[in-house]
Design a protein around this ligand. Structure first.
Ligand code: 2P0
Length: 329
């Protein structure tokens, strides 16, 4: 019996990943840049044993159906192939999210799975190799291998597409990200389907791709200079451009709800009163507000006038992936 356990934190992209050029290998169309956060994480244990007759996947103590398990099996196959291991595995994953807010993240989940399986099979992977493996599970997971800021280099092949840490002189310690949790009755378009539809049909997609290198350079320069305003401006611009592409897809779609718009407007209003803060959004209606830690209370107080306190979750920069144990029995 071999077992490994890992803990990985989620990350939020400041420069977004949106679109794949290779869906099988998960090679993205553009580089992305993220901040790993401390508030949400996943702990995963993978155990291989001769006694198991199939792969099983438990999420938050619930045995998952065959659809969810097949995805995990395919991912395990990548690691099994590396070592010639033919054993079945039991995967137990626990998502740690402050409220029942539906913020489960594939970034922390697939990064933790990659860490746990590599520990169980003694793959002895470098951070780059672990990032490449995590990427095969979910693109954004490639960035959760690192604490603080990370950049996922799009690359041109399985070998050359991976994330690396951005050296930041601890700038990330000055930052807070406030999640405004917006639950919406609308049927979701998954990020996987949404980005693919956009690549294939959106007349705005070329504009998105052209704008990313400049935004990425601005974000990296802002991090190097510890320039919060510049980082906030480019973060908000990247999110708006990404979301703009969905409006020109066929059929068109949006992740924004009326509550998302209300939150974004509040952030803009706060800026007009001299409080520096910026928003970003991902493939859902929640809004995340980037703010300097010194202004966190001020922004929270203002948001609390318009949203229920249970909708507001504060996160700070989080650490890199942790391999918690490797056991052989
Ligand atoms: C990001 N998102 O950069 C972007 C911004 C959502 C919007 O990465 O298909 O779960 O598994 O590679 O990583 C969410 O997509 O997608 C995501 P797959 P993933 O964070």
């Amino acid at each position: 019996m071999f077992s490994g356990k890992a803990k990985a934190y989620t990350n939020i992209a400041l420069i977004k990943y949106w679109g794949k050029k290779n869906q099988e290998l998960i090679l993205p169309m553009n580089n992305s840049l993220s901040l790993t956060l401390d508030a949400f994480y996943t702990e995963t244990t993978v155990t291989f044993s001769t006694e198991f007759t199939e792969d099983q996947f438990y999420l938050d103590n619930q045995l998952q159906d065959s659809k969810a398990t097949i995805k995990i099996s395919r991912f395990l196959d990548l690691a099994r192939k590396k070592t010639g291991c033919t054993l079945f595995a039991v995967v137990k994953s626990q998502n740690f999210v402050p409220t029942a807010a539906g913020l489960a993240s594939s970034a922390s989940g697939l990064a933790a799975l990659a860490g746990a399986v590599s520990a169980a099979l003694n793959l002895d992977l470098s951070p780059i190799a672990l990032s490449r493996l995590a990427r095969r599970g979910s693109g954004s997971a490639s960035r959760s291998v690192y604490g603080g800021f990370a950049e996922w280099e799009k690359g041109t092949s399985d070998e050359t597409s991976y994330a690396t840490k951005i050296i930041s002189n601890d700038f990330e310690q000055d930052l807070s990200m406030i999640f405004i949790v917006i639950n919406d009755a609308k049927k979701d378009v998954s990020s996987r389907d949404g980005m693919q539809r956009t690549v294939e049909t959106s007349s705005f997609y070329d504009g998105w791709l052209q704008s990313v290198p400049k935004d990425l350079a601005k974000a990296k320069a802002a991090i190097a200079a510890k320039d919060f305003t510049a980082l906030g401006e480019v973060t908000e611009a990247s999110a708006l451009k990404m979301h703009g592409t969905t409006l020109a897809a066929t059929p068109p779609f949006t992740y924004w709800s009326a509550e998302s718009m209300k939150a974004m407007n509040l952030v803009r209003q706060l800026r007009t009163t001299g409080v520096s803060c910026y928003f970003t959004m991902d493939a859902g209606p929640n809004v995340k507000v980037l703010v300097e830690r010194k202004n966190e209370e001020k922004v929270l107080d203002e948001l609390a006038k318009h949203f229920d306190p249970t909708q507001l979750i504060v996160a700070h920069a989080g650490p890199s992936i942790e391999i918690l144990s490797t056991e052989e029995a």
